[in-house]
Design a binder for this molecule. Sequence first.
Ligand code: HPA
Ligand code: MG
Length: 180
Amino acid sequence: MNITINDKDFEPFIEHHLIEKRTRLIGIQINLEYEKRVPVFIGVLNGSFMFMADLMKEVNVSCETTFVKLASYHGGTASSGNITEELSIAMNIKNRDIIIVEDIIDTGRTLSFLLEKIKALEPASIKIATLLLKPDALTFDVGEIDYVGFEIANDFVVGYGLDYDGLGRNLKDIYRLYVG
Ligand code: HPA
Ligand code: MG
């Protein structure tokens, strides 16, 4: 069933049970690859909070969890040019194995900004986990994306942490903009 948020209609796109299934597989992959390490998961707020919570429940290697908050979208469905760091990484990550956790990689602007910040803190390694990736929207160099939930077309999506004008993050499923 379609839903309306403010002035826009959205149609069902990715059901929660499919998100769960992909998240479980990514968790298994991480468990194998980090068996003898203690990675630090860095969730990118606000959008990643739901994926982060569900992914962490599938991870059974010893690990730490923290968050960073960046802002590049200032409402609407189009990305703005500037990024601000609203909450910086509150731990020493030097020589640590980092896994960045994103809700979505769109143009890659936020991620390339964050990668530079993190590299400057001299971690041992950096990998990236994202629930969604829009390959056709990618314009910034972010290197290889290690763990991808779903590759999607260049449509605006909402739900499961992702917002439209601050709304819709609480939706269990993911919806996409309905263009009739
Ligand atoms: N939806 C919500 N937030 C976003 C999107 C999207 O499609 N792309 C980048 N941030
Ligand atoms: Mg947003």
